[in-house]
Write a protein that binds this ligand. Structure first.
Ligand SMILES: NC(=O)c1ccc[n+]([C@@H]2O[C@H](COP(=O)([O-])OP(=O)(O)OC[C@H]3O[C@@H](n4cnc5c(N)ncnc54)[C@H](O)[C@@H]3O)[C@@H](O)[C@H]2O)c1
Length: 328
């Protein structure tokens, strides 16, 4: 039986497909390529170009490849865009997500691993953030993810669907073959490395007056390969018939924006110019995971998520793929 990976041509999805294949898992990818790259998926992996809300398509995939589980990555994930175009986010992430879950139900798929996010917490008082922290998103992107979490919880209660909802903190880094390529790129690490490579004159730092030691926001960076491995552990956890669960995926250690830039200067040996800009609305000062539950429930331990390893891996990928996967 196969695992349906939605959004498998995207950044985290494509690395997860790579790791699943390395473990001889049978995988089928569904992606509309709105934000992903066909070249990020090996030609040997069955690939369906379409939207997750296309119930007929999902039914025909399930007919062709009996599905054991779904790992649901597919979503739009730019916080700023979700604020200016909320309708797009509720249509793509919620409406399409509801339709997908309906099609999976009809196909008898009872295991789901879901890409959730620390953005479901909003402004939190408690740092590091435990899963029990109140969830009150500060942008439509976070709400769209929280809605799917609520749906999964209700479907478990009513229909016996079992799920692991993984609340990622900041995905970053690369494997030898796959890395982060978005257009536009809103994440810090690829932007810092673009400045190191001379593709940008400088890197923008949004606000330097936060209540942190150097005044810039602190985030918890997790290597994409460690994230991918957590999905495989989650899948095996569900295969053992265990209960649904919400888990943070982070390291428990935060770095400020200026610390990331300083570390990138050391790793790349290049100068990186900084431009201080106005703070962005809805950017909390600190987002750091309490990651103890993922370790105790899944036995997940990030192996390569120290900041120099993250930056080195993404820098090496960038040197080998200066244009990423080609034109986005
Ligand atoms: N990158 C992070 O730091 C981060 C943090 C927390 C959560 N997440 C979540 O993880 C998931 C993957 O993130 P990513 O950084 O790899 O994003 P990405 O944009 O690189 O990948 C998402 C993929 O989903 C596809 N897609 C989007 N909507 C679709 C639809 N309706 N039908 C079919 N395909 C669709 C896109 O084409 C893309 O290939 C997302 O759900 C995101 O919200 C990411």
């Amino acid at each position: 039986m196969a695992i349906l990976v939605t959004g498998g041509a995207g950044y985290i999805g494509s690395v997860t497909v790579e790791r699943l294949r390395a473990k001889d898992e049978s995988v089928v990818v569904l992606d509309d390529l709105a934000r992903g790259h066909r070249a990020a998926v090996d030609p040997g992996v069955p690939f369906y170009h379409g939207r997750v809300g296309d119930r007929a398509l999902v039914a025909s995939i399930a007919a062709e490849h009996p599905l054991e589980a779904c790992i649901h990555f597919a979503a739009l994930a730019y916080v700023g865009e979700s604020v200016s175009e909320p309708a797009k986010y509720f249509e793509n992430n919620v409406e399409q997500g509801v339709a997908l879950m309906g099609a999976l139900r009809e196909a008898g798929v009872r295991r789901v691993v879901f890409s959730s996010t620390c953005a479901t917490y909003g402004e939190t008082k408690q740092i590091p953030i435990p899963e029990s922290s109140p969830q009150s998103p500060v942008n439509p992107y976070g709400w769209s993810k929280l809605f799917l979490e609520r749906l999964l919880d209700s479907y478990d209660l009513a229909y016996g669907l079992k799920f692991v909802s993984l609340r990622y903190f900041n995905a970053s880094g690369a494997t030898e073959k796959r890395g982060e390529h978005h257009d536009p790129e809103t994440h810090l690490v690829p932007n810092v490395l673009a400045a190191a490579a001379g593709e940008k004159r400088e890197v923008s730092v949004f606000g330097n007056n936060y209540a942190t030691p150097d005044g810039t926001p602190i985030r918890d960076y997790v290597h994409v390969a460690d994230l991918a491995d957590a999905h495989i552990l989650a899948l095996n956890y569900l295969r053992r018939g265990r209960d649904s669960v919400f888990l943070n995926l982070g390291t428990g250690r935060g770095y400020s924006v200026l610390e990331v830039i300083e570390c990138a200067r050391r790793v790349t040996g290049r100068p990186i110019n900084v431009r201080i800009e106005a703070p962005r609305a809805g950017d909390p000062a600190r987002l750091v995971a309490d990651a103890a539950r993922a370790q105790s429930v899944l036995g997940w331990k990030p192996a390569t998520s120290d900041l120099p390893s993250i930056l080195r891996s993404q820098w090496e990928w960038k040197q080998k793929h200066p244009r990423g996967y080609g034109p986005a």
